[in-house]
Design a protein around this ligand. Structure first.
Ligand SMILES: Cc1ncc(COP(=O)(O)O)c(C=O)c1O
Length: 368
């Protein structure tokens, strides 16, 4: 077959991103209905979107018209929410799209991107798609960024570093000193605040003074719109223009725009759900501390990372999966003793805890 020979070599050998499994597939596998599945593997919002979104969608009359390529309405509506002018804002089909657009703009083949591992898998995935190389700078035992090692790794071909804050999967924040330290290195610094609403700390005030800073946000988590794909970047207006120029013109679809605009009109409701999730996170953390052979890491996001001592995380993951309870398991060696639990509704946490308790008794006991 000739088409295979024509594939771009760096893409034909690409390691695929490991996305989460769809709800219907999980339900079928566990022999449950979709409503019975306890899905705590995707850091999604267990309360879903604002009820006003349904109404706005039902009443919207212009789904047959292409969306505004300049995203004027949503960028303007975001001004009040983020405290920056629309000229600093650009919207993507999820922050995933913005990550890809940024790398397309900055990477020549062979350029490098620093990845502060363990962290969100889309950074290395998009780097490889854009022909770049990933340079790993592992975080320390407490998942803090190692600035000294960062400085040692900065070479002329290093173009960018991604800093998730709170970090996925560890849940800890980057400090302002760390972000400033990275900005001084002269790279493109992308602070990914996908979980900002659960943490309340932001690098946005630094955007105006630092043209090499990009802050990413999303409607996927706090606003429960993961399925509609709305993320946005905040950065220097010149960089916004470049992103605008290379993005697909209609990347923000009309349904997504309607839903995001309506969410911004229903902040009181959505912020109350965020408070519920934060409260549940703290309760779940205390309960997880009660397990003998499991260590939960403190989290500022809507998930909690746990390391298992003396029992196999994969075995525990598979056992819960068989019961229709889905947690996140990581196959890479550094994280293979860990599970990440998204914060769900209290009854979902209780079911996950009961199953973990049982699994701990049976699996950890074996090694004693
Ligand atoms: C750190 C981080 N950034 C970005 C995303 C993706 O956001 P979006 O749904 O807007 O593409 C996630 C999703 O899990 C994430 O954990």
């Amino acid at each position: 077959m000739t088409w295979e020979k024509m594939l771009r070599p760096h893409l034909s050998a690409l390691e695929p991103y490991q996305p989460i499994v769809p709800l219907e597939v999980l339900a079928k596998e566990a022999g449950k209905t979709v409503a019975e599945v306890i899905k705590l593997d995707g850091n999604e919002n267990p309360y879903g979107h604002s009820p006003r979104v349904n109404r706005a969608m039902a009443e919207y009359p212009f789904f047959h018209i292409y969306p505004d390529p300049d995203q004027r309405q949503l960028r303007q509506a975001l001004e009040g929410y983020v405290g920056l002018g629309a000229e600093h804002i650009v919207v993507g089909a999820g922050s995933d799209e913005i990550i890809d657009l940024l790398l397309r703009l900055f990477l020549e083949p062979g350029d490098q991107v620093i990845n502060l591992t363990p962290t969100f898998g889309m950074y290395p995935f998009s780097t490889h798609i854009c022909g770049g190389e990933v340079v790993e700078v592992p975080r320390d035992e407490a998942f803090e960024i190692d600035l000294e090692e960062m400085r040692r790794k900065v070479r002329p071909r290093v173009k960018a570093v991604f800093v998730a804050s709170p970090n996925n999967p560890s849940g800890n924040l980057a400090t302002q000193e760390q972000v400033l330290g990275l900005l001084e290195m002269g790279l493109l610094v992308v602070v990914d605040e996908a979980y900002y609403e659960f943490a309340g700390e932001t690098a946005i005030p630094l955007v105006k003074e630092h043209p090499n800073l990009v802050v990413l946000r999303t409607f996927s988590k706090w606003a429960g719109l993961a399925g509609l794909r709305v993320g946005y970047a905040m950065c220097h207006p010149g960089l916004v223009e470049h992103i605008m120029r290379i993005k697909p013109p209609y990347n923000l679809n009309v349904a997504a725009q309607v839903a995001a605009l309506e969410s911004l009109k229903d902040l009181e409701y959505l912020q109350a759900r965020v408070r519920d999730i934060v409260e549940e996170r703290e309760r779940l953390y205390r309960l997880l501390q009660g397990l003998d052979s499991l260590h939960p890491f403190p989290s500022r996001a809507n998930f909690i990372l746990c390391s298992l001592k003396g029992w196999d995380a994969r075995e525990a993951y598979l056992r819960l999966r068989g019961e229709g309870i889905f947690l996140r398991y990581f196959s890479n060696p550094r994280m293979s003793h860990c599970l990440r639990i998204s914060v769900g509704k209290p009854e979902q946490s209780d079911a996950a805890l009961a199953a973990l308790n049982q699994a701990e008794k049976e699996l950890a006991g074996r090694h004693k």
